[in-house]
Ligand binder design. Structure first.
Ligand code: 3PG
Length: 197
């Protein structure tokens, strides 16, 4: 991940993908993770690819079949809640960046064994927040962590202050109530505020 903030989107209406992507870009955020948690997710990925300058990834990818589907829809990177060798292998077959999730040192060791140097840390807030990542990072000097789950505008700076964290992800700037109201101005505002942090 290159951007310091990765929005995690649960889309109920695929036609919102383009205005959403434009709202994020207007706030300075150039990447988005659209999850497969809703029926609209896959079509949302396809539509978001039409937004110039936006890097579109797929989230909540659980199986190799999901990988095939999101790559066909145009996903440029893949995020998983956990670590699956089969999913990592399929993403690599497609040549698409993969960010699997971990929660424990054993899972980080499994990620190292797969040759990964960046993982999602999920659910970061419940696991113990920035202090947990500091502790988990010590034995893995080459590993970068992308905290996700419970990250907010109030805690983002604390996560980004951890040396092994370059990107944090979360849904606060694309919350479902903002999407339900199609409040693109607020999404742009929250995106810009997140980058200012
Ligand atoms: C998720 O997978 O839901 C992400 O980690 C986002 O979590 P959040 O909604 O707590 O930001």
């Amino acid at each position: 991940m290159s951007s310091p903030v990765l929005p995690v989107v649960v889309l109920d209406d695929a036609t919102q993908a383009v205005p959403l992507g434009e709202a994020l870009l207007a706030g300075g955020i150039d990447s988005v993770e659209i999850t497969l948690r809703t029926a609209a997710g896959l079509e949302g990925i396809r539509r978001a690819r039409a937004v110039p300058g936006l890097r579109v990834g797929a989230g909540s990818v659980l199986t190799p079949a999901h990988v095939d589907q999101v790559v066909e829809a145009g996903a440029e990177f893949i995020v998983c809640p956990g670590l699956s060798t089969a999913v990592v292998s399929r993403a690599r077959e497609h040549g698409v960046d993969i960010l699997p999730g971990v929660a424990t040192a054993s899972e980080v060791m499994a990620a190292v064994a797969l040759g990964l140097d960046e993982v999602k840390l999920f659910p970061a807030g419940l696991l113990g927040g920035p202090a947990y990542i500091e502790a988990l990072s010590a034995p893995f000097p080459g590993m970068r962590f992308v905290p996700s789950g419970g990250v907010s505008a109030a805690t983002l700076a604390d996560y980004l202050a951890v040396p092994s964290v370059r990107t944090a992800s979360g849904s606060w700037m694309v919350a479902r109530d903002l999407l339900a109201r199609a409040d693109w101005a607020r999404i742009t505002e929250l995106s810009a505020q997140a980058l200012d942090l």
